[in-house]
Design a protein around this ligand. Structure first.
Ligand code: BG6
Ligand code: MG
Length: 214
């Protein structure tokens, strides 16, 4: 086997919470007079932390906000977002995704999550995967978010496998940059499948089974 394990980003790779992020940021934006936050703008938030996402939203406001106000806004966005996440269930995990994960595990690979989200464990619990992975590294155990490799390096540490023996699967350019910076092989899916820095570009997760054998 060419690799010993795989680190998966969560949002946009294992499940799809983008729309919930969008709806929550849009609602928060409207409460402070921002009425032009689009799904296109929402793409820029992929992989970046909650506070950095807020700064991107606030680019659309003429008002200046204090740090205290910004923390309150981020908290409010999270409240709205978690209300949306509460409706998620095992039905939000595609059967094929689960089958591929099980097939990869059956090959002896160690599997981890490397997500910028502080809600990663909540989402994993909702979709029935909280106890499936060998390690979970998320927004709660990092100080620098993607494109900094910290979240993936922490996952590698938890797995006790060196970055060169791991691949990172990402849908965000910031995530691919983080993987490259950390010395991991990178696999781009979705948005990141068109990114030149992705070592491998895939359409479906099942293609991982070919990559690990190469
Ligand atoms: C990432 C998302 O997974 O998590 C980003 O792609 C988001 O859009 C980030 O900003 C932080 O999420 P949370 O759940 O901690 O607010
Ligand atoms: Mg993502």
């Amino acid at each position: 086997m060419k690799y010993k394990g795989i680190i998966f980003d969560l949002d946009g790779v294992i499940c799809f919470t983008d729309e919930y992020h969008y709806l929550a940021w849009k609602e928060l934006g409207e409460s402070i007079g921002i009425f032009n936050f689009t799904r296109e703008d929402n793409h820029r938030l992929r992989g970046v932390s909650r506070m950095e996402s807020l700064e991107i939203l606030l680019e659309k406001s003429k008002r200046k906000f204090s740090l205290e106000e910004k923390f309150k806004l981020a908290e409010e966005k999270n409240r709205i977002y978690r209300n949306l996440l509460a409706k998620m269930s095992e039905a939000d995990l595609e059967q094929e995704t689960f089958t591929v994960l099980k097939d990869l595990k059956a090959k002896g690979l160690k599997l981890a999550i490397g997500s910028s989200s502080k809600n990663a464990r909540y989402i994993l619990e909702k979709i029935g995967l909280l106890t499936f992975f060998d390690a979970i590294s998320d927004g709660n155990n990092i100080t620098k978010s993607k494109p900094n490799p910290e979240v993936f390096l922490k996952a590698a540490g938890l797995l006790n496998i060196k970055p060169g023996d791991l691949i990172v699967v990402e849908d965000a350019k910031a995530g691919i940059d983080a993987a490259v910076a950390g010395g991991f092989a990178s696999v781009g899916i979705g948005d990141a499948a068109n990114y030149e820095k992705s070592d491998y570009k895939i359409e479906k997760l099942r293609e991982l089974l070919d990559i690990i054998e190469k």
